[in-house]
Ligand binder design. Structure first.
Ligand SMILES: [Zn+2]
Length: 493
């Protein structure tokens, strides 16, 4: 649903250069105006209006379904409080106005196989949240609705997703022709948050940053995972360009399912529209898709007239006066991404990219906070950050839930780097050979390698490295190599 397009923002025009068709370089001045509509599936135990499990990872089609979400006659929906609460949490976090006095659910009527009732329950005139801002972008509204089912037009390509290999024979999949489509209702009725921004974004980069911040916020609130690649968060962009500051003709790009697609598609579309206007052509109001491989948008549907969804309040659901129902509002807001950023910046030793890395991994950030809370010295805090951002994060790429033993980790900070790394990885603190034992080890190595010692004395530098290596072997890798080197040099001097 699109709202708020009528407002214009007062950002001044900025000149930009581009290459027009035919390769002739020309200067043109266009400003892009972009508004986003983002759908995000909420993480709840059950669906929006029935008791079916809300499990985005369910591989068996049509498993989490019941008479309510399949719209059997006579069934009645029941509002999922958890979903309402999560939208209100998001609304609170972005400083929006929560619907205290009145909110209602409406029927959005249209016919499609993925919508069993023949209408989608959504919110039209009275959304749960109005206003607010995120990543410097003003929001129009946040409302709650139910997701549609998933239509599958090419079952073969979905084999890996649906794990249908075992059903190959019974479904006679080999014989299916392209006219067959399938519908999986596991997703039908899953709570879906829709957030609409004001048309106040002006670059593809800003739009990408907004989408990333929203994902971070939803994860921080525990409201949703918002994995774009899994379709848990979907972005639509409304784009227009103009020369004179007035809003141009709006083009909508649908189904952007990665941050990269959001940025690339918008950048392409701004360029396409600017070039068209530059060439004296008109931009047509339409809906366009994004071809990830070719890197172009393409026309899907020309908008002759806007849809008439015949919205009306759903008579099966009560309107809500949320100001009077405290169970919807019994939540705590955790430390929000921008607050976390500020706190980490104030530590004084993290780079911006380190901070974003921690923000993107809640478990790792929690571990980091615990360690830096327990370690006093700034130098040790800094070295802890180093091990956490590199070594621990490295292991987590293979084992996503792995974290080191915190006691071992903190003690390991005092060790030389190789021993510290090995202690952190193994969870067993490497016992370091006391430096007082090093002269004995050094002597032992010198006695055992007279030839190498002679080479060293003849000025061959690599010989010393060999002796240090032998010493490390003798101490089973538990010596401080620098101290061992010094001990050997001292005897040979
Ligand atoms: Zn159900």
């Amino acid at each position: 649903m699109t709202t708020g397009w009528s407002k214009s923002s007062a950002t001044p025009l900025s000149p930009r250069c581009g290459r027009s068709r035919g390769g002739v370089f020309s200067l043109y001045m266009y400003r892009a105006t972009i508004g986003l509509e983002v759908h995000a599936e909420l993480m709840t135990a059950t669906k929006m209006f029935c008791g079916c499990r809300n499990d985005p990872d369910e591989k068996t089609p049509n498993k989490n379904v019941c008479a309510v979400c399949l719209a059997h006659p006579g069934t009645l929906p029941v509002i999922n409080k958890e979903a309402v609460r999560k939208v209100l949490m998001a609304g609170t976090a972005v400083g929006g106005t929560l619907a205290a006095d009145y909110t209602e659910f409406d029927r959005k009527n249209y016919f499609y196989p993925d919508i069993p009732k023949g209408y989608q329950i959504s919110q039209y005139r009275f959304p749960l949240v109005s206003g607010g801002a995120l990543a410097g972008v003003a929001l129009t509204r946040i409302h709650l609705e139910e997701d549609t089912a998933r239509s599958i037009h090419d079952l073969k390509s979905q084999f890996s997703i649906y794990n249908l290999q075992k059903d190959r024979d019974s479904l006679k999949i080999e014989n299916l022709n392209t006219e067959n489509s399938f519908v999986d209702y596991n997703r039908a009725g899953v709570p879906l948050m829709e957030l609409v921004t004001e048309p106040v974004i002006h670059t593809a980069k800003e739009a990408g940053a907004f989408a990333r911040e929203l994902q971070l916020l939803l994860r921080t609130l525990g409201a949703g995972e918002a994995n774009m690649e899994k379709g848990e968060m979907r972005v639509e962009a409304n784009i227009s360009v103009s020369k004179d500051g007035a809003l141009g003709t709006k083009v909508e790009i649908k189904n952007l399912n990665s941050f990269r697609s959001v940025e690339r598609a918008i950048a392409f579309e701004v360029e396409r529209q600017s070039k068209a206007l530059d060439a004296g052509e008109e931009v047509v109001q339409e809906t366009r898709g994004w071809d990830e491989i070719k890197g172009v948008t393409f026309s899907q549907r020309k908008k002759e007239s806007s849809h008439d969804y015949r919205y009306f309040p759903d008579p099966d659901l009560p309107s809500l006066r949320l100001g009077k129902i405290s169970t919807f509002r019994d939540f705590d807001i955790p430390e929000l991404p921008w607050q976390q950023r500020e706190r980490l910046r104030n530590l004084g030793f993290l780079q911006e990219q380190d901070i974003e890395q921690l923000l993107g991994d809640t478990q790792l950030a929690g571990f980091f906070a615990e360690v830096t809370g327990r370690v006093e010295s700034p130098a040790l805090k800094k070295s802890a950050a180093n091990y956490i951002l590199n070594d621990v994060a490295g292991v987590r790429k293979e084992k996503p839930d792995w974290l080191p033993d915190i006691e071992v980790f903190i003690k390991a900070l005092a060790l030389p780097s190789p021993q510290a790394k090995s202690s952190i990885a193994s969870g067993v603190l490497v016992q370091v050979v006391d430096d007082s034992a090093l002269p004995t080890i050094a002597q032992q190595v010198i006695d055992a390698n007279p030839k190498v010692v002679a080479e060293f004395k003849a000025g061959k530098g690599a010989a010393l490295q060999f002796l240090v290596g032998q010493g490390m072997k003798v101490s089973k890798g538990r010596s401080n190599p620098q101290a061992l080197r010094e001990a050997i040099q001292k005897i040979l001097a």
